[in-house]
Design a protein around this ligand. Structure first.
Ligand SMILES: [Zn+2]
Ligand SMILES: [Zn+2]
Length: 270
């Protein structure tokens, strides 16, 4: 049985709509999939409707990916199997995504000073209809479309990296708030792609604050890292999760859903 507990749709920075993503998952023989858009849960509802309508052999976990304020680092945390109607969660996610939209205008002002002119409309067009988490990838895509750069990653390397020349931070919950919001919505709080955290002591703090699981299986993790994070989970009494972080972006592995799916027996979330 194959599972994938981390994936994105057009509701945030993914290329495929929620309906397309569940179709791709079913075609790839994935039996359980979590949709985890940045700061938004609305894709889960569309995905669930598509599964029902098309009788896809797939179970869906409703999820969300939080960006967490943690010093110099941006830590990501997934809320998995959440109740997407939980009022406090819904209200806070709304505040986070509204602030992301504000931030686009601030990034554009910085870019203008750096000699790159772009309209908000170009960025929102890059994000597409229904996008609730407009962010740096969309700004980068708009700059590429304008011909300033050839690739999105070049824009990140030159301008949009954390604390880079055109970087603007946005409203983020603390680790504690994200864990609390997830638990209030009856979900599991999971530290996402832990290899990307430069200060690994954040993981100890997460364990102290009541995190439930760690994403040990992740496309960019080496076999040693998988082993390391599984041992970390064991030491702290945490569960082990895994996901592909599929976005459907051409130059970002995995570009195809299913090429990094995980055997359910490797995980122990439930
Ligand atoms: Zn992430
Ligand atoms: Zn992600």
């Amino acid at each position: 049985m194959l599972v994938d507990f981390h994936c994105h749709t057009t509701v945030s920075d993914g290329v495929y709509t929620p309906s397309e993503v569940v179709r791709l998952a079913a075609a790839a023989k994935i039996s359980s999939l979590a949709i985890t858009d940045h700061d938004a849960v609305s894709g889960c509802r569309e995905a669930a409707a598509a599964i029902k309508r098309e009788k896809l052999p797939l179970s869906l976990l409703q999820g969300v990916e939080f960006s967490i304020e943690a010093g110099e680092d941006e830590v990501h945390m997934l809320g998995l199997a959440i109740d997407d109607q939980e009022p406090r969660l819904v209200e806070r996610l709304h505040a986070f995504s509204a602030d992301r939209e504000n931030r686009v205008y601030k990034i554009l002002a910085k870019l203008e000073k750096l000699g790159y002119s772009l309209t908000p409309e170009e960025v929102f067009a890059a994000a597409g209809d229904g996008a609730q988490a407009v962010g740096r990838p969309h700004v980068a895509a708009a700059l590429v479309k304008r011909g300033y750069f050839n690739y999105v990653y070049e824009v990140f390397d030159k301008l949009l990296y954390n604390n880079g020349p055109a970087y603007v931070s946005h409203l983020k919950p603390s680790l504690k708030e994200a864990i609390d919001l997830t638990h209030a919505a009856k979900g599991l709080a999971v530290i996402a792609h832990p290899y990307g955290i430069s200060d690994q002591s954040v993981l100890e703090e997460a364990a102290r604050l009541g995190i439930d699981a760690i994403e040990a299986y992740y496309p960019q993790h080496t076999p040693e890292q998988v082993k390391h994070y599984k041992a970390f989970a064991r030491r702290h009494g945490l569960k082990v999760s895994g996901g592909s972080d599929f976005h459907g972006i051409k130059n970002k592995y995995p570009h195809k859903l299913g090429v990094y799916a995980i055997s359910a027996e490797l995980l122990n979330l439930w």
